[in-house]
Design a protein around this ligand. Structure first.
Ligand code: DGT
Ligand code: MG
Ligand code: MG
Length: 402
């Protein structure tokens, strides 16, 4: 959705905000998490920006509703919260500490933070970053150069990362061919970190040098801004890859910092999402079958890489299975599931039992009480995700389609 830009009204008086006029009720599709409800309550519907009719309000009505200009310094730009305006407020906003007065402004400022894509909860951070910048309001116009990359609602958001030039990276770090358990393990450890550190990822799927992360379709994390989601995934993954390197490669040196590209794709239906994940697993199967036969021909059959390539030109899956079985006594179906199916990371619930010291009013001594809590942890599965069985066993991944 392209949100209407908030209209500032340069030249309006600093104080003397007009009372807001009666406004329509908040439509149901507005999202309380996005600060819409609070924005409406304050008579600032344009802060929430979801309703096109507000964008069409005339300049005079906009001004009456929200006589905001850079000089007012009022967090949300209007008077109804009744905290006054003018130089006293400017002084307080400029100070480094969060005074009770500034706390009282929290909700207005949070609305504004939410409107601008910040986190409403971080009022203190917002105040700190906002106050000095507002003095240079003539530069504010540069904000309008930013493009809106909000992901369409009701769609699963998939972020796929892929190792940059991993052909070379694998050579330089002597990855075993065709599959290196250490490299695959490190990829999955990094993906695990992404799932634990970031919010709303319901499943991740990885193979070779790539990992896909699926955000739940109702996610409102970072206001569904594609660039925020993608860069958080890519940076968390990359830093984890370096951080956990030694856990998988021991003393073997990491010769240079690896990089990962990222892309965001939206899938509107459960079937589309399943087809996407099926596509990646089918890709894993096709590549792994080819690579297994290719390197078997080279490593066990004594062929050069060019000869192996020539031998496999034009062969179908059945031919490749036959080469493995007839010439090398290898049943491809007995190859490790990790290599044939890749890795799916999902959340699994478990009960955690802990003992807690509890002191009741009627008792003098503390007592140890056993408490059972439901927790979730990430588990790695190497199984088929194309058929129905996986989805029946993990019904929590897909959301209902209304
Ligand atoms: P890109 O993604 O366009 O920057 O280029 P690459 O070189 O990363 O190409 P890509 O992503 O299509 O292929 C992945 C490469 O990573 C492929 O050349 C083989 C290598 N690779 C991934 N996992 C392993 C492994 O476990 N062992 C070995 N030997 N190589 C691996
Ligand atoms: Mg790559
Ligand atoms: Mg790749």
């Amino acid at each position: 959705m392209v949100r209407p830009q908030r209209q500032h009204q340069p030249g309006l008086p600093v104080s003397g905000h007009a009372a807001p006029q009666a406004l329509p009720a908040i439509p149901e599709h507005h999202d309380a998490a996005a600060g819409c409800a609070a924005a409406h309550e304050h008579g600032c519907p344009e802060l929430c920006g979801h309703e096109p009719q507000y964008a069409a309000l005339g300049a005079a009505r906009q001004a009456a509703l929200n006589p905001c200009d850079a000089r007012t310094r009022h967090g949300c730009g209007h008077g109804p919260c009744g905290r006054g305006s003018g130089p006293r407020r400017e002084l307080m906003l400029a100070g480094p500490r969060l005074t009770p007065f500034r706390r009282a402004f929290g909700s207005c400022l949070a609305n504004r933070a939410a409107h601008r894509g910040g986190r409403a909860s971080s009022v203190r951070g917002f105040l700190a970053s906002r106050a000095p910048a507002m003095a240079k309001s003539k530069f504010e116009y540069v904000r309008s150069f930013e493009t809106d990359d909000t992901c369409l609602r009701n769609c699963y958001i998939v972020v796929r990362l892929d190792g940059r030039n991993f052909h070379k990276f694998a050579e330089q770090h002597q990855f075993t061919k065709p599959n290196d358990e250490r490299a695959l393990g490190l990829m999955t450890r990094s993906a695990h970190s992404v799932m634990e550190e970031l919010e709303d990822i319901v499943i991740a799927y990885g193979q070779s040098d790539e990992y896909s992360f699926v955000f739940k379709r109702s996610s409102h994390w970072f206001k569904r801004r594609a660039s925020k989601l993608m860069t958080h995934v890519a940076s968390q993954f990359s830093s984890s890859y370096v951080f956990y390197w030694k856990d998988y490669f021991g003393d073997q040196e990491l010769k240079y910092p690896p990089g990962f590209d990222g892309r965001v794709v939206l899938y509107p239906s459960n079937q589309n999402l399943r087809d996407y994940l099926s596509w990646r697993q089918a890709d894993c199967h096709i590549n792994n079958l080819y690579n297994t036969v290719f390197w078997t021909l080279v490593q066990k059959g004594g062929l050069t890489t060019s000869q192996a390539e020539e031998r496999l030109r034009g062969t179908l899956a059945a031919d490749k299975n036959e080469i493995l079985f007839a010439e090398f006594n290898i049943n491809y179906n007995n190859e490790p599931l990790l290599h044939r199916k890749g890795t799916a990371l999902v959340w699994k619930k478990f009960n955690e039992t802990v003992t807690k010291p509890v002191k009741r009013a009627s008792e003098e001594q503390e007592k140890e009480v056993v408490v059972t809590r439901s927790r979730s942890r990430v588990v790695a599965l190497h199984c088929d995700i194309i058929g129905d069985q996986f989805w029946q066993e993990h019904p929590e991944i897909l959301e209902g389609e209304s």
